[in-house]
Design a protein around this ligand. Structure first.
Ligand SMILES: [Zn+2]
Length: 458
C-alpha cells in the first residue's frame, strides 16, 4: 500500500526530509536533557519544563500565524531556510554555559520547527492530489513519528557509550542538513492564490467540528491523559535516572528507549486489534494503561533503595509508551471518521493546537513542581489530571457510537439533492440515514432516535 506512495519521487524525497528532521529533533530531546543536567543538576527538571513550555507556547502561537502567511513565500526556499536555521541553532547548543541561553536558542529552534510543520503539511496535498494517497501519507507520517520515539533514544544510547552528549547535537545538525538538501531537490509547487480560507477560519472550522462531535470531545480528555503521562517521560527522566537511580547518560537514553519500545510494539500490533474492536475501547484502554503507568511511577518514587527499581522503571517507562501509542495510533482514523474530506486539514490542525494546549498545562507542572516538591507530589498531581481526562473521555464519548445515523432535516434547510433518499416524516421534517459527520448541512449531533421525534412533534 505505502510502497505505491513512494513511487512518487517528490513525495519520497519530502518524506525522507521529514524523517531526517524528526530524527534530528529526537536526538535533540535526549541531548537537551543531558545538557540541562550538566548546567542545572538537580534543577534540570525545572529547566526542561521551562524549555518545553516555551516550545509549546511557540507551537500554539507561531504555527497558526506562519500557516496563515506561509503561502506568500516561495515554499521550497522557506522550508530549506528553516532547516538551515535549525541546523545552525543546534550546532550552537553544545557551546552554551548559561541556562537562559538554552531558553533563547530553544525559542528560535522551535519557532523554526513550528513554521516548518504546517508548511510541510500544506505541501503534501499539492504533491499528492489523490485523496487516498494523501490519507496514506498521513499514516506514513504518523508511523515515522512513532518509530522515531524508539530509534532516536536507542541511537543516542549507543552513541553515548562512546562519545559525550555534545556530539549528539552534531548528529542532529546533520539530520537537518540532509533534510534541507532533500527539500532543495524536490519539486514543490508554490501555493495557489486561491487557498481555502485563512488559517484562523480553518482552525475555527476544525474547533466547531470538535465541539459538536461527541467522540472528539472524548479525544480532548484523552489528549490530556497523554500529555500528563508523557511529561513525566520528557521532563523527569534525566533527574530520576541521574539523581535517584544514580545512573549514567546512557541510563537516561536507555529509559527513553524503553518508552519508545512500548510505543512501537503497540503501534505495530494495533491495526488488527483496531479493525476488530474499534477505536474507543483501544483508546480508553490506552488511557487506563497510562494511569497505571503513573501509579507505578508514584510507587517507584516512594522507594529509596534497591536495584529492582531499574527493572521496575524500565517496565513503567515502556508501559507509558504502550498507553501513548494506543491513544495516538487511532487518532488519525477517529479524525477522518468525523469529517468530510474538505474539512480534514482544518480538523487535523485543530487537533494539533488542542493537543499542544494539553502539553502546555502538563510540562510546567512536571518541571516546576518537581523542583519545588519532588517526584511523588508532582506525579500524583499529574495522575489526578490524567484521571480527570479519562473520566471526561469515558463520559463524552458514548459507548454506542455508530458511523451511520438516521436523523431529521427540516424542510428547506438543506440542499434537496442531499435528500433524494429521504422520507417525509410530517409537514416539517425529512428523515434519512447516512454516515454522519458535522458539516454545513449537519451542524449539530443528532439526539438519540426517540428524542428526535419528540423534538419534531413539539
Ligand atoms: Zn443528513
Amino acid at each position: 500500500m505505502i510502497s505505491s506512495l513512494f513511487r512518487n519521487h517528490d513525495y519520497l524525497r519530502l518524506f525522507t526530509a521529514q524523517v531526517s528532521a524528526l530524527f534530528g529533533t529526537g536526538l535533540t530531546t535526549v541531548a537537551l536533557g543531558l545538557l540541562a543536567y550538566d548546567l542545572a543538576g538537580g534543577n534540570a527538571a525545572a529547566v526542561l519544563g521551562t524549555a518545553l513550555t516555551i516550545k509549546m507556547v511557540v507551537y500554539v502561537t507561531v504555527a497558526p500565524i506562519v500557516a496563515a502567511y506561509a503561502d506568500r513565500f516561495p515554499r521550497r526556499l522557506f522550508l530549506v531556510s528553516l532547516n538551515v536555521i535549525r541546523a545552525a541553532i543546534v550546532l550552537a547548543l553544545p557551546f552554551i554555559d548559561q541556562i537562559w541561553q538554552i531558553y533563547v536558542l530553544i525559542a528560535v529552534l522551535q519557532t523554526a520547527s513550528a513554521a516548518f510543520t504546517p508548511t510541510y503539511q500544506a505541501v503534501i496535498p499539492d504533491i499528492l492530489p489523490d485523496e487516498r494517497e494523501y490519507t496514506r501519507a498521513l499514516s506514513a507520517a504518523q508511523l515515522a513519528a512513532t518509530m522515531e520515539t524508539l530509534l532516536s533514544p536507542m541511537l543516542a544510547a549507543a552513541a553515548l557509550a562512546v562519545i559525550s552528549f555534545h556530539w549528539l547535537f552534531v548528529g542532529t545538525a546533520i539530520g537537518f542538513a540532509i533534510s534541507a538538501i532533500l527539500v532543495i531537490t524536490t519539486r514543490i509547487p508554490n501555493a495557489g492564490t486561491a487557498t481555502e480560507g485563512s488559517f484562523r477560519e480553518r482552525i475555527s472550522a476544525g474547533m466547531r467540528i470538535f465541539a459538536a462531535t461527541p467522540r472528539l470531545r472524548g479525544l480532548l480528555g484523552l489528549n490530556l491523559v497523554v500529555a500528563a503521562a508523557g511529561s513525566v517521560i520528557m521532563v523527569n527522566t534525566v533527574n530520576y535516572v541521574r539523581d535517584t537511580l544514580g545512573g549514567t547518560q546512557s541510563g537516561v537514553a536507555m529509559l527513553l528507549a524503553a518508552n519508545g519500545f512500548g510505543t512501537m510494539l503497540v503501534a505495530l500490533s494495533l491495526p488488527r486489534v483496531l479493525d476488530r474492536a474499534g477505536a474507543r475501547p483501544v483508546m480508553l484502554a490506552g488511557a487506563a494503561t497510562l494511569i497505571a503507568g503513573l501509579g507505578s511511577a508514584i510507587a517507584l518514587s516512594l522507594a529509596n533503595t534497591g536495584d529492582w527499581r531499574w527493572s521496575a522503571a524500565i517496565a513503567t517507562w515502556a508501559l507509558v509508551g504502550a498507553g501513548t501509542a494506543a491513544i495516538l495510533t487511532p487518532t488519525g482514523q477517529v479524525l477522518r471518521r468525523s469529517s468530510q474530506p474538505a474539512d480534514r486539514p482544518a480538523l487535523f490542525a485543530a487537533q494539533f493546537s488542542l493537543s499542544h494546549l494539553a502539553w502546555l498545562i502538563t510540562y510546567p507542572i512536571a518541571g516546576w513542581l518537581t523542583t519545588a516538591a519532588g517526584f511523588t507530589t508532582t506525579w500524583v498531581t499529574l495522575a489526578v489530571l490524567a484521571g480527570l481526562g479519562f473520566v471526561a473521555a469515558l463520559r463524552m464519548w458514548p459507548r454506542h457510537d455508530p458511523e451511520v445515523i438516521s436523523h431529521l432535516h427540516e424542510v428547506g434547510t438543506i440542499d434537496p439533492a442531499r435528500l433524494l433518499d429521504a422520507v417525509r416524516v410530517d409537514d416539517r421534517f425529512y428523515r434519512h440515514t447516512h454516515a454522519y459527520v458535522i458539516d454545513a448541512d449537519h451542524r449539530r449531533w443528532p439526539a438519540p432516535q426517540r428524542r428526535q421525534l419528540e423534538t419534531a412533534a413539539a
